[in-house]
Structures are given as structure tokens and as C-alpha cells.
Unconditional design. Structure first.
Length: 350
């Protein structure tokens, strides 16, 4: 009764109480979310490879890759392909292994060449990068007897690559990041908030604090160090591929916002990129100027010219089943054009 009287005497008190409770809940949630993110950041700093485990993912083999088959099921006599990459290669949001690009590529090639001895191993996992793919390939690649090694390069790889390289070989502020990751997470967040006013984040951490796709929001000259770090890892992968030995091919598919404004219109990442902005294609400009010792296939035109729609989930940038299938089909076509599938052709009649 006293509580009712308290609010009845001065109705504005109820308004202030409700506002206070809403504000308290909002700040509590934001604080909890930041603490949770800080914990994830610390785990990534302490374990930059962050390879998949059975506790986190289903459908993994004993090497913790997305496969229902073991390395022994990739015998040397077969034609084996190792497919490196991040969540796009893994098949993020695709519930079945068979829907992921590597499995679809295997199905396409088996069907096209009428052979059941073509195997494609999915070496992709979420938030990987060329450097981490290199480390995985060194650890387990030989077991899969690859005849071909493929890698799909994603727009998120440039920032991720720089960060993983920095925490694996810490210098400057990254020495403190490795020692006190949670404290440095909050410091990093502060610099991200200040990015519109000052470029301290770039000066200290080596890359912009203005979102994960900043390389598509700034000129090539500003992104060059990050592109070169990725290119260096690709060269290292090629060196490892030579020892296996297997040809190495890099595919560079675009994100949807690099070529259209029709895909993933409700993506949770909206606002984090400029749709077909003035710097959206800087990564393609960079690679066009290189002369790599491995095959590099830009796939911008493949995605621009297709009439298939949609290729992405409505609320997420990752490929849906049709998008993964389309990517796998174009990979198969490009491999044929590169002359890398001639071993699958039946011998010519005498």
C-alpha cells in the first residue's frame, strides 16, 4: 500500500522508475556483452589457431576437420583435393557437410568424370586466414595425399591475418595484448570508438578500428601492408604445396556487397561495408598487379554475370546452398581451364 501511495502522490516517480530500470537493464546487458566479448578475445589471443573441437562442432573427423571420412579414406592412388579457407569453405549455416563447397565440388567432379575416386577434404573453419591454413596444412596436409591444394580468400582475411600474425609473433603493443588480453580488449574498444576522431588504433594495432571490412572503405595505399601480409602467407602455402607435391590455386570470390545491392538485404552486418563503394574492389586491384608463382583466380565476373539468385542467406553474408553450389561449379570450371584436371581424363584411344 505504501508503494502504491508513493507513486499515486507523484505519478512522475513511476516514469522515472521505469526509465531507470530500462537504463539499468540496458547497461547491464551491454556490460555483460562486453565482458563476454573480452573473454572470447582472450581465448583467441591464447589460441589463435582456434581449430574446431568435437565439443563445439559435430561432423568432425579425428583431425578435427569437417569430414565424415578419415585421412585413410584419401588414399594416394585416388585424386585428392585439399580445400583451405574460412567459414565460407567450411559451409557456415549449412547444416550438412554435403552442402559445403568442398563436398559439392567433389560431387560435381565425380559426376562429370564418372569416377568415385575423387575426394575433396574440407580444411575450412570459421575465422581462419591464410596463415592459419598454412599451419594446418603443415600439420596434417600430407596425410590426405593431395593432388591439388585450393584456397578461397575472403574479405575478412586481411584483418584476421594481420591479427593472428601479430599475436603469434608479438611486437609493440601486441606484447601487452598477449600478456593482458582482457585489459587490452577494452583499450582496443576505446580506440575503435575514437577512430572517427583519431587514427590511434591503426598506429598501435596496425589496422583500422572502423569495422572488419575497412579494406573496402579505404584506398589501396592504406591497405597495402595487410594485402602484402596475406600475399606472403599465400607464397608460403605454395612453398609447402611444392613439397607434397601439388599445384596450389587461390580463388578470390567477392562478398555480395562488392557486386550487387540485391543480396543479404537483412544481413546483421549491414552498415559495416559500403555497398559497391569507391574502394570496394581494392583487393582485386592489388592482386591484378601481382605475378604470383601460383594460379590466382579472381571470381568477381563469375558472380557479377550469373542470373542465379539468391546466393546468400537473407540475414547473413554467407552462401546458401545454391551459392555454395555455384561457387563449387565455377571452381571446377576454372580448374579445367587451368588444365589442372587432365589427370581425370580417360586415356586417349590408340
Amino acid at each position: 500500500m505504501r508503494l502504491l501511495s508513493y507513486y499515486r502522490d507523484k505519478p512522475q516517480r513511476l516514469f522515472y522508475t521505469v526509465v531507470g530500470l530500462v537504463l539499468f537493464c540496458f547497461l547491464s546487458w551491454k556490460t555483460f556483452h562486453l565482458v563476454y566479448e573480452a573473454e572470447l578475445f582472450a581465448k583467441l589471443v591464447h589460441n589463435p589457431d582456434h581449430r574446431m573441437t568435437p565439443q563445439q562442432f559435430t561432423g568432425l573427423n579425428s583431425d578435427h576437420i569437417r569430414s565424415t571420412r578419415e585421412a585413410a579414406d584419401f588414399p594416394e592412388k585416388d585424386f585428392n583435393i585439399v580445400f583451405l579457407g574460412d567459414s565460407f569453405v567450411y559451409g557456415f549455416l549449412l547444416p550438412q557437410e554435403s552442402m559445403a563447397p568442398p563436398a559439392q565440388l567433389e560431387h560435381i567432379l565425380r559426376e562429370q568424370y564418372h569416377r568415385d575416386d575423387i575426394n575433396v577434404a574440407n580444411f575450412g573453419w570459421t575465422s581462419s586466414s591464410p596463415l592459419l591454413s598454412l599451419r594446418l596444412l603443415k600439420d596434417i596436409g600430407k596425410k590426405y595425399h593431395p593432388d591439388l591444394i585450393l584456397l578461397a580468400l575472403d574479405m575478412s582475411d586481411y584483418r584476421d591475418e594481420w591479427f593472428y600474425r601479430a599475436v603469434l609473433h608479438p611486437k609493440g603493443i601486441y606484447q601487452w595484448v598477449v600478456k593482458w588480453p582482457r585489459c587490452l580488449f577494452f583499450f582496443k574498444r576505446l580506440l575503435e570508438a575514437l577512430s572517427p576522431l583519431t587514427d590511434w588504433h591503426t598506429r598501435l594495432f596496425g589496422y583500422s578500428g572502423e569495422g572488419g571490412y575497412f579494406v573496402a572503405r579505404q584506398p589501396l595505399s592504406a591497405s597495402r601492408p595487410l594485402f602484402e601480409a596475406v600475399y606472403h602467407s599465400l607464397q608460403d602455402i605454395n612453398d609447402v604445396a611444392k613439397t607434397l607435391p601439388a599445384p596450389f590455386v587461390v580463388f578470390v570470390p567477392p562478398r555480395h556487397w562488392q557486386y550487387t545491392d540485391k543480396e543479404a538485404i537483412d544481413s546483421w552486418e549491414n552498415g559495416g561495408f559500403d555497398v559497391m563503394g569507391p574502394y570496394a574492389l581494392e583487393n582485386y586491384r592489388y592482386f591484378a598487379r601481382q605475378q604470383p608463382p601460383f594460379a590466382l583466380v579472381p571470381m568477381l565476373d563469375d558472380f557479377r554475370e550469373t542470373t542465379l539468385f539468391p546466393l546468400n542467406f537473407r540475414v547473413d553474408s554467407h552462401w546458401n546452398k545454391q551459392g555454395a553450389r555455384f561457387f563449387a561449379e565455377r571452381v571446377a570450371w576454372h580448374l579445367q581451364q587451368q588444365g589442372l584436371l587432365t589427370a581425370l581424363q580417360p586415356p586417349a584411344s590408340p
